[in-house]
Write a protein that binds this ligand. Structure first.
Ligand code: HEM
Length: 218
């Protein structure tokens, strides 16, 4: 559709077409995999933690009920569900690393001299599993976001201990859409379905190797 609507002059077609194609490819690659991967981890975590699953369903029942479909306005009341989304993004950030950055000038970071031209890649996964920041970092504990010192920690790039979407000017432009989708899809699924794994077996949470944190194929 975009190609038809804005066809440029013949001499610019190649560059223009390739740019458009690459842009669309970027958007599709960065959006489809990330949200589906996160939803898969979230459902797997809940199936392996039936107590938590039940608590989220009870919260939806209490604030929304069964008489109508859960909607965007309900999400602010579903604080436990929000904590489940945060904890999933902490344990399984869909992108484990940020994109590379190059220092444009000499800098001093926490006492370390960083010369101009140095490349920096932030290891999001590592920070979000750091035992000096998170108690029992490998445990799925949404409650950590409900009370105590980490209750205020947010995923939007203002708290550097939790930044599944990166931080700063080049952080993920899809974060708002992603958070919206993760909350509403999870709430809708849990409002309408009772879920369990086949024969109540434990889901294998082994992670695959790569930039995107996917589950290892069975
Ligand atoms: C759970 C969902 C998602 C997660 C966890 C996620 C995470 C990230 C992270 C960590 C980065 C690198 C940020 C940095 O380098 O500081 C990024 C970049 C990006 N994301 Fe997402 N993302 C998600 C969904 C999406 C969606 C839905 C879209 C598009 C609709 C999208 C589009 C992009 C683009 C275009 C970039 C590159 C930005 C740039 O380099 O300026 N992402 N994302």
């Amino acid at each position: 559709m975009i190609v038809k609507a804005k066809t440029p002059s013949r001499e610019n077609l190649d560059v223009w077409f390739l740019n458009t194609l690459n842009f669309l490819q970027d958007i599709i690659a960065s959006s489809v995999d990330t949200i589906t991967v996160t939803l898969t981890w979230m459902l797997s975590l809940l199936l392996n933690n039936p107590g938590t699953l039940q608590k989220v369903q009870e919260e939806i029942n209490k604030h929304v009920g069964k008489g109508r479909r859960v909607n965007d306005y309900d999400i602010s009341k579903l604080v436990y569900l929000q904590a489940v989304v945060k904890e999933t993004l902490r344990l399984y950030p869909a992108a484990r690393l940020t994109a590379p950055r190059e220092f444009s000038e000499d800098c001093n970071v926490a006492g370390y001299h960083v010369p101009k031209g140095t490349w920096l890649i932030v290891n999001i996964w590592k920070i979000q599993h750091d035992p000096e920041i998170w108690s029992d970092p490998s445990e799925f504990r949404p409650e950590r976001f409900l009370s105590g010192t980490q209750a205020h920690v947010d995923v939007r790039g203002t708290n550097f201990e939790l930044m599944p979407f990166g931080a700063g000017r080049r952080s993920c432009p899809g974060f708002s859409f992603s958070l919206h989708m993760l909350h509403i899809v999870l709430a809708t699924l849990l409002q309408n379905f009772d879920m369990s794994s086949p024969e109540d077996s434990t889901i294998d949470m082994t992670e695959s190797i790569g930039i995107n944190a996917k589950a290892s194929p069975p």
